[in-house]
Design a protein around this ligand. Structure first.
Ligand SMILES: Cc1ncc(COP(=O)(O)O)c(C=O)c1O
Length: 330
């Protein structure tokens, strides 16, 4: 990056030339396509994928988003992600500037422009450009940005061995702020940072009353010593699309006797440490077994049968159940 003191005032041509040439090693082989209602079209060059600085999304985190996964040319649980996007938007008094059908059409168009049948699609709905105060009424129109990039799946060994989880000291979001998938992810960022610094694969946080909440971008669940799938209560977490679908699939495991039941409860760290199995749920992870909590092995330290079977059924649902996904290429 060219550094000069004092910096030059760049001509339009120079600025565009620099934007084109700036090194972006994290983007060049990863970002596939972006739609922006600001530009009114789709771009496939990473140097053109940007958001205006006066969009309140940038300087106030005033917006909501969804991260969805497209596999084998179909976006898994897309309708449920759109439901959550609409709910999140409504709760911060923001409305989609287009219909759901139009948004689905845009999602298809931008994924096709990216050219990959397996990819991540992220949708950002922002307050829009309009100045630099906190006043949302400054912004005449919402911003809508759809970003497509490669998926980064975890290697098969990670599922075979399980992951290490630490209990974070970062306080989780609570109530309203936990339930809205807003672009205010500072607590989630600090959670992730702690995990990386501590050498954990994932960190999970507790709510203000000390009950188990969630990870930075994943939900957590456990199998109790008496064989029940237990998930935290809804109050202080984001309601995950993956854990919800996994719970529906778990009904089959209950019917087959692999689980004694499935319910939501206020869960403590002691429940976690006494569990037969612990697992994480999320769009990019699917169902991921946890092998240690704060350095102590969960049961035998090996992925248990419930996590393995739930993941198998979820993968089957992703790849073979058209009712749960939306086709990008008909
Ligand atoms: C805070 C938080 N919790 C849980 C999840 C898991 O949700 P989903 O299964 O819909 O990806 C996410 C997803 O990104 C998240 O950001």
């Amino acid at each position: 990056m060219p550094k000069q003191h004092p910096p030059d005032i760049l001509s339009e041509e120079q600025a565009i030339g620099r934007l084109q040439e700036l090194p972006r090693p994290w983007a060049d082989d990863d970002y596939l396509a972006m739609y922006s209602n600001w530009l009114g079209g789709i771009v496939t060059q990473p140097w053109l994928m940007s958001v205006p600085i006066d969009d309140h999304l940038v300087h106030r985190g005033d917006g909501v988003f969804e991260a969805t996964k497209c596999e084998a040319g179909r976006i898994y649980l897309f309708e449920r992600h759109l439901d959550r996007l609409e709910r999140s938007a409504a709760s911060i008094h923001l409305q989609l500037p287009i219909s759901r059908e139009e948004l689905t059409g845009l999602a298809r168009a931008v994924i096709r422009a990216g050219g990959q049948r397996d990819c991540m699609l992220r949708i950002y709905l922002s307050r829009g450009p309009g100045g630099f105060t906190t006043n949302p009424f400054e912004c005449p129109e919402p911003g809508l940005y759809l970003m497509v990039g490669y998926i980064h799946p975890l290697p098969p060994e990670t599922y075979a061995n399980g992951v290490q989880v630490g209990i974070s000291r970062v306080p989780g979001k609570s109530g309203f702020f936990a339930s809205v998938k807003s672009c205010n992810y500072l607590p989630n960022v600090l959670l992730k940072r702690e995990a990386v610094q501590q050498g954990w694969d994932f960190a999970v946080c507790l709510d203000t009353e000390g009950y188990l909440a969630e990870g930075s971008t994943e939900n957590i669940g456990l199998v109790s010593p008496d064989g029940c799938l237990l998930l935290p209560l809804p109050g202080n977490i984001l309601e995950g699309t993956t854990v919800r679908r996994a719970t529906e699939l778990a009904a089959g495991l209950v019917a087959e006797g692999l689980l004694a039941g499935s319910e939501r409860r206020a869960l403590t760290v002691s429940d976690l440490k006494a569990a037969k199995e612990v697992m994480l749920f999320g769009t990019t992870l699917d169902v991921l077994p946890v092998s240690t909590i704060d350095g102590r092995a969960v049961d035998g330290g090996q992925p248990g049968p419930v996590a393995v079977e739930l993941r198998r059924r979820l993968r089957d649902d992703i790849l073979n159940n058209p009712e749960m996904s939306t086709a990008v290429w008909e």
